[in-house]
Design a protein around this ligand. Structure first.
Ligand code: HXC
Length: 258
């Protein structure tokens, strides 16, 4: 079926999803998110794809949840329908997702980027949580993931004022993004990184993503145990045998994803 709000393509083993609602700066309306969940799930289940790049336009990654669409909702509707609950389906995608962010990443747009595994930012990118100016609060991780990414003081400053935003460089310094690039190179660099990941052993890649994500959920000792068990488990794979044999034989490993 034709997509209304997204563009998709594959380059090599990388799936690229582009948010494409230019008239509304990629405001994340319900229809857009339904399509996004569906496309990401398809890519997750496609063995020809090893990693995913999520991007928007040069002007906006996404300017947040669609304010016009949600402005008349009431509490009972939100609660009984678990409004925007489907946004969190993204964190169940097992393949790594690299966000390539240009322009505005505000509100739900910033939260969406933070649900990805790696963030690359264009030099004009702006990260912010302006919800308080609308009389609401972040609802998809802005008060939780942002704290872990930039620390309490910056997260408080951003969420409490709604107007203190991070430039790309500030975001990199704070640890929210791992690289700042010229705007026209962000997607290509994200694809390069995704391609690197996509050519490694896919089950082992998944273990790394699982283990790092575990660090956000459990106390250190439990996270370390989880990591150690997965480390042990890698020795049950052919790819561990191949990877270590290739090193000893001074050749490039040929992984078979088993
Ligand atoms: C609906 C939006 C929108 C949004 C922009 N537009 N952001 N529509 N929801 N979040 C629309 C505008 O209404 C306008 O439509 C068009 O996109 C272009 O935007 P302009 O405002 O004219 O552009 P500009 O002057 O360049 O300003 C850019 C901007 C501003 C600073 C990004 O658009 C803005 O402040 N947007 C809202 C940002 C925000 O508050 N986000 C948080 C949303 S709440 P027309 O039809 O007039 O041309 C949220 C909660 C998440 O995200 C909860 C998750 C569970």
């Amino acid at each position: 079926p034709k997509l209304e709000y997204l563009l998709t393509e594959t380059r090599g083993r990388v799936g690229i999803v582009t948010l494409h609602r230019p008239k509304a700066l990629n405001a994340l309306c319900n229809g857009l998110f339904v399509e996004l969940n569906q496309v990401l799930k398809e890519m997750d289940n496609n063995a020809d794809i090893g990693a995913i790049v999520l991007t928007g336009s040069e002007r906006a990654f996404a300017a947040g949840a669609d304010i016009k669409e949600m402005k008349d909702r009431n509490f009972i509707e939100n609660y009984s329908e678990n409004f925007l609950g489907h946004w969190t389906q993204i964190i169940n995608i097992r393949k790594p997702i690299v966000a390539a962010v240009n322009g505005f990443a505000l509100g739900g747009g910033c939260e969406l980027a933070m649900m990805c595994d790696i963030i690359y930012a264009g030099d004009k990118a702006v990260f912010g949580q302006p919800e308080i100016k609308l009389g609401t609060i972040p609802g998809a991780g802005g008060t939780q993931r942002l704290v872990k990414a930039v620390g309490k003081s910056k997260a408080m400053e951003m969420c409490l004022t709604g107007s203190v935003n991070l430039t790309a460089e500030e975001a990199e310094r704070a640890g929210l993004v791992s690289r700042v690039l010229p705007a026209d190179q962000v997607v290509d660099e994200a694809v390069k990184t995704a391609e690197k990941i996509a050519n490694l052993s896919q089950p082992i890649v998944q273990m790394v993503k699982d283990a790092i994500n575990q660090s956000f959920e459990v106390p250190l000792a439990a996270g370390l145990t989880f990591e150690r068990r997965l480390f042990h488990a890698t020795f049950g794979s052919n790819d561990q045998k191949e990877g270590m044999a290739a090193f000893a034989e001074k050749r490039k490993a040929k992984f078979t994803n088993n």
